[in-house]
Design a protein around this ligand. Structure first.
Ligand code: FMN
Ligand code: SF4
Ligand code: SF4
Length: 339
């Protein structure tokens, strides 16, 4: 039987490497402040009663954190930020790949953490999960995980993030997933989800965030059960979940030293500073296989173990196999809010 595992392009000749070595605290100041601020909500968030409306109102500060190696998740984060800016709440956004200028990210009274990841191999990417795992306990703060995926499968990333956030004491206020151009297909004639997220996707996100924010600020939010994010009910959903907790896979890359000009673009484009030049690129174990270095190398000097055309074919098979609905998935309580 054909299954999702089999068509994961990055399992074809991947090697396992331990990833979670680096303790990642880019927002330690902010996060501490978020944790302390959220403790003031005064209710137990871990198993919220689904039938009772929360009286608590969101405090006025929100933060948005995300990783976005290819830009689609950033576009969603920007819409969330712009939407929040049109409300009474104050908001700060941080691209986790960007420089940490050392300033406190939030000064306190945090209301809701919006946290975004692209989907890689059906799951959220390691730096995002690492960030959540490094958060102090929130004891009742709100959180909204969001993902972008490339049309193959949105996987179990929202469920994975929701679970991790809930373990940290966050109350899920909602969750959303949106398609974005598939970031492994830049050399294909017609990459999956080309043009996405488009204006329709972005408007759906804005409307949804507006709705969540109104409910949060009015104190009418009803906590979302993490089970609502467990929507991959087919048999492959279980195999996707089995990937969680397994070591992250990295596709081997070889360097064509003759072609490499030691320009350093790959190093500069790496979102987790996993490349140093000596004088050619050397990779450390922080690499989470986003393919940015391969994509951005002007000399095509970095060569993945599986040819990009073969990866594209595998992706297309996965697209056909899963045939997942591509409209924005906007989840509040246990209801899906239509876009
Ligand atoms: C290594 C890798 C694995 C991916 N795995 C999946 C996947 O399992 N399912 C999917 O639909 N898209 C997958 N994608 C595509 C991305 O999820 C999608 O393009 C996403 O919008 C990228 O977000 P970004 O632009 O913020 O980096 C993968 C991309 C990469 C680079
Ligand atoms: S971007 Fe390409 S050419 Fe430049 S240093 Fe990296 S591998 Fe070499
Ligand atoms: S080394 Fe390359 S593939 Fe790995 S995280 Fe950095 S840019 Fe992405």
């Amino acid at each position: 039987m054909i299954c999702g595992e089999r068509y994961d392009p990055l399992q074809l000749s991947a090697v396992y490497v331990g990833f979670f070595k680096k303790t990642f605290h880019p927002l330690s100041n902010c996060v501490l402040t978020v944790g302390i601020g959220l403790q003031k909500f005064g209710f137990s968030p871990v198993h919220p009663p689904m039938s009772v409306s929360y009286e608590n109102k969101m405090k006025s500060e929100c933060c948005i954190v995300y990783y976005s190696p290819n830009g689609s998740t950033r576009r969603i984060a920007t819409v969330i930020e712009d939407t929040l800016k049109n409300t009474s709440v104050t908001v700060q956004a941080r691209d986790l790949a960007g420089p940490d200028d050392g300033s406190p990210f939030l000064t306190g009274k945090a209301g809701c953490l919006f946290i975004g990841s692209p989907v890689y191999r059906d799951t959220a990417i390691p730096p995002v999960m690492q960030f959540i795992e490094a958060l102090p306990r929130a004891e009742g703060g709100f959180a909204v995980p969001f993902i972008t995926w490339g049309g193959a499968s949105s996987g179990v990333a929202l469920w994975q993030m929701g679970q991790a956030l809930q373990k940290k004491g966050y109350v899920l206020a909602g969750a959303l997933s949106v398609i974005g151009v598939h970031s492994l297909m830049w050399q294909s004639k017609q990459p999956e989800c080309t043009g996405h997220p488009d204006t329709h996707d972005l408007q759906a996100v804005a409307d949804f965030i507006g709705k969540i924010t109104r409910r949060l600020t009015d104190g009418k939010i009803r906590p979302l059960a993490v089970e609502a994010l467990d929507y991959q009910k087919h048999i492959d959903g279980d195999s996707m979940k089995k990937k969680l907790g397994m070591p992250w896979m990295i596709m081997p890359k070889t360097l064509d030293e003759g072609a490499c000009t030691q320009c350093g673009i790959c190093r500069d484009e790496c979102p987790v500073a996993a490349i140093s030049l000596s004088p050619h690129p050397i990779f450390n174990s922080d690499c989470f296989d986003c393919f940015n270095c391969i994509r951005q190398c002007p000399e095509d000097a970095l060569i993945p173990a599986v040819a990009l055309e073969d990866i594209a074919k595998q992706i297309q098979k996965r697209v056909e196999y899963f045939d997942e609905d591509r409209s924005p998935r906007l989840i509040m309580n246990s209801d899906h809010v239509d876009s």
